[in-house]
Design a protein around this ligand. Sequence first.
Ligand code: SAM
Length: 272
Amino acid sequence: MPALATAVVALAPRAPRGSRPPRTTKTITSRDGVRCEVSQLAEPPAQLRFSMDADAARAVIEPAFDEDARQRCMSGDFTPALSAEDIAAARAMSPGQTEFALTYGELTYEGCTRLGEILAMGPDDVFYDLGSGLGRATIQAHLQWGVKRAVGVELSAERSAQARRAVERLEQNGQLDHSRRLDLVCANLLEGSYREATAVYLCCCCWDSTFVAQALEVLEKRAVNLRQIVTIEPLDRKFGLRPAWLTLKQETRVGQTWAPEGYPCYVYEVTR
Ligand SMILES: C[S@@+](CC[C@H](N)C(=O)[O-])C[C@H]1O[C@@H](n2cnc3c(N)ncnc32)[C@H](O)[C@@H]1O
């Protein structure tokens, strides 16, 4: 049985003797195209979700996406996966940005697991993925990190709609924890309020210096509870930015779809 399936089966808690909690069986296709059947509890208890590893997170999240939602590359090739109307609408919502800012690529499941460990998120944390794409990382943060609230903000209405469809499917499968919030919104990230945010992730490798400076200004003013910002480019060397309210705490690597073995990642502590 492929590792993908064993990870999910391993999540099942022991049922008391004589009782069998309701289970569902479904067929899952892994990233390598391997199809397998997995059996899941119809309603896995929340504490089991918190201890998911990357394979288990993938096995829960991936089936919630349509086959065509596999924009997994960091190159201009994937921008055309959006319709011309969607690109035009996104650019109208954020006129200062070029089409390059819509380039796609995302955290791998392993990369997102690692990010959760680096940020050491807990039940009082509110995590924002600013530029959340298809929402996999935001959904994984909800399922795996146990945060009070996970929010993804995405400019493309088409990506955002795919993210919300995935959330609806997880909801139908009873795989969300209703005691905690999960929101995937279509908006220009410069327009959020971020009052509650304790950690923000900026996947900013295709954004320009002016836009990143604007995003940091917004966060400095509005994210009054913020403690950590993670970027995948160094703010000083890549963008010439040295915000006095941020201190580089850690430089490490996390898996991204264009660099599964690890792409740089910079963790800044808010020190104002
Ligand atoms: C490289 S992807 C990162 C996906 C996601 N963070 C992940 O790791 O799974 C960056 C995303 O930022 C989005 N984006 C670019 N400018 C934005 C803006 N002004 N507001 C919200 N999202 C934006 C792009 O459309 C793209 O989907």
